[in-house]
Write a protein that binds this ligand. Structure first.
Ligand SMILES: Nc1nc2c(ncn2[C@@H]2O[C@H](COP(=O)(O)OP(=O)(O)OP(=O)(O)O)[C@@H](O)[C@H]2O)c(=O)[nH]1
Ligand SMILES: [Mg+2]
Length: 237
């Protein structure tokens, strides 16, 4: 039986995480074994303690506490490295990524190397219209700069087999924030992996507050894209 490890990075998600873990458990297909790894960066709202307490009798829910080097992408990497499953699923923990899409991700993942839940393929969407338009425009720029062949380079809701992700240059991908995802797609594409997007509707955060700031991220993501482009040009030349 294939085992899927669902990686959930959290920072101050006490209002979402219990319901989310329960919703994910409901969505794991019966022919998969699973574990859910909640990687928390020592949230002041005690997300980690809450998960530990609530799921103490379920060994398939694995709470991981990080106390140094806080970071979204680094937490995801830590979750991936600790995963005991053959298949990885990564998603946000504020209900932006709908657990109901998990069965389709796993199903398509049996055929393709990376399957990404995308807002920009037919059937995909986002409840927050302004965010949707801003992300779409920014994705066009990213695609021109990086030549990635996917439409949603900032999604972060995906599945890949663990041995496949370990073949990618993890040090060059997993740092910073959501831009790690376009580095992952970029390197996956360069290594000849098959990448497909399936439609996903991104919802508005259920509880808690956002940690992202559009202006700041526009700058960091742009610097990250230019760096990646330079690396690519250097590697070619
Ligand atoms: N472990 C860890 N997780 C984080 C960190 N920052 C954010 N996260 C998680 O990463 C996910 C995305 O963060 P959000 O605050 O929702 O940022 P966003 O999705 O860009 O912004 P919204 O559109 O407002 O939802 C959430 O599940 C957060 O809990 C961090 O420093 N460490
Ligand atoms: Mg969010």
């Amino acid at each position: 039986m294939t085992k899927v490890s669902v990686i959930l990075p959290t920072y101050n998600e006490a209002g979402n995480i219990i319901d989310l873990v329960n919703a994910i458990i409901q969505q794991i297909p019966r022919d998969y074994d699973y574990e859910i790894i909640v990687v928390d960066d020592n949230s002041p709202d005690n997300t980690h303690g809450l998960v530990r307490e609530t799921f103490q009798t379920n060994p398939k829910v694995v709470p991981v506490l990080r106390t140094i080097d806080r970071g979204f992408a680094k937490s995801i990497r830590e979750g991936i490295e600790r995963a005991s499953g053959d298949r990885i699923v990564v998603m946000d923990t504020d209900f932006t990524h709908d657990p109901a899409e998990i069965p389709r991700l796993l199903h398509v993942g049996e055929v393709y190397d990376i399957v990404s839940g995308s807002r920009f393929c037919p059937g995909g969407n986002m409840q927050d219209v302004k965010h949707y338009i801003a992300s779409m425009l920014y994705n066009w720029i990213l695609r021109v700069v990086l030549r990635t062949q996917v439409q949603d380079n900032l999604g972060g809701y995906f599945t890949i087999r663990k041995p496949d992700i370990l073949r990618l240059p993890l040090d060059g991908i997993f740092f910073g924030y959501g831009e790690y995802f376009f580095r992952l797609i970029h390197h996956g594409q360069r290594q000849g992996m098959s990448i497909v997007e399936i439609p996903a509707v991104y919802r508005t955060r259920k509880a808690g507050t956002s940690k992202s700031n559009f202006g700041k991220f526009l700058f960091t993501y742009t610097v990250a894209a230019i760096r990646l482009k330079r690396e690519r040009t250097r590697a070619k030349g």
